[in-house]
Design a protein around this ligand. Structure first.
Ligand SMILES: NC(=O)c1ccc[n+]([C@@H]2O[C@H](COP(=O)([O-])OP(=O)(O)OC[C@H]3O[C@@H](n4cnc5c(N)ncnc54)[C@H](O)[C@@H]3O)[C@@H](O)[C@H]2O)c1
Length: 252
């Protein structure tokens, strides 16, 4: 399928590793110019160092980007603690998680909406999570931030539709990345030393429990979906949460 993205520009937030890095590579493989912004900047890969919670930095980056066709927000962090129940966290653990996962995305939307409105088209895509759709107890502030981002996706999709700009959310389930491993690390911190299990064992057990298809998702699957959603083939898809999660979340 020819996605006809060649010559367009995609901006990836959180593209230094994991799913974001794969999405950046996916757009580049389609012939797009790719710009990046991540706390872990990398000049060689065209990734500017910056924090999405710093609105002035995000705006300055947007101003320096020139014309932009697609914006993808792949930033994500957990609290570093494990729920079950929520009072295993402190209320003070919430603010930074909401600030990065939710307000960071809002900063990006504010900084880039004027460019896409002026262009009269293009797309925004926010990486969310199954956790934001089911009140996952694993990391309550992370779940709440993703639920908020799904809701904001609907809002932004309605506001930008008259300008031909589409806004969607892409929802992973279980993908081997730093973030996924950090969830395991947080869970093991609560277990007595002799009872701790390696990441691979913990993850396989969790996947068997939560995923009808019973297998890992790969970063390349999100790159494929992100490029498809940016393309004209997806011109009637907006305000949607696309679950690429082995069937973990199912909607009618
Ligand atoms: N891996 C999974 O199983 C999984 C499951 C559900 C949802 N997700 C979501 O997918 C997206 C990608 O996550 P990933 O698994 O590739 O994790 P990752 O840790 O590999 O990537 C996250 C990226 O965000 C960057 N980042 C973190 N804080 C930042 C900040 N304040 N400002 C700018 N950049 C910042 C990191 O440097 C990193 O490059 C996230 O939104 C995450 O919540 C992942």
């Amino acid at each position: 399928m020819d996605l006809k993205l060649a010559g367009q520009t995609a901006v990836i937030f959180g593209g230094a590793s994991g799913i974001g890095a794969a999405i950046a590579a996916g757009f580049a493989a389609e012939g797009c110019g790719v710009r990046g912004f991540d706390v872990h900047g990398d000049e060689g890969r065209g990734i500017v160092a910056g924090d999405v919670t710093d609105y002035a930095a995000v705006r300055a980056f947007a101003e320096g980007c020139g014309e932009v066709d697609h914006v993808v927000f792949c930033v994500g962090v957990g609290s570093g603690k494990f729920g079950f129940p929520f009072w295993n966290l402190e209320p003070g653990d919430w603010a930074r998680v909401l600030e990065i996962n939710l307000i960071g995305a809002v900063n990006v939307a504010h900084a880039f909406a004027p460019k896409l409105i002026e262009r009269g088209g293009g797309s925004m895509l926010f990486l969310v999570s199954v956790a934001g759709q089911m009140g996952s107890q694993t990391d309550p502030p992370y779940s709440a931030a993703k639920a908020g981002l799904i809701n904001f996706t609907h809002c932004a999709a309605k506001d930008l539709a008259p300008y031909g700009v589409r806004v969607n959310a892409l929802s992973p389930g279980m993908v081997r990345t730093n973030l996924n491993e950090a969830v395991w690390a947080a869970s093991q911190a609560r277990v007595a030393e002799g009872e701790r299990v390696p990441y691979a064992v913990w993850a396989e057990e969790k996947i068997r429990k939560v995923s009808p298809l019973g297998r890992w998702q790969t970063v390349e699957e999100y790159a494929a979906m992100a490029c498809y959603l940016a393309s004209e083939h997806a011109r009637n898809i907006t305000g949607q949460t696309l679950n690429v999660d082995g069937g973990q979340v199912m909607h009618s």
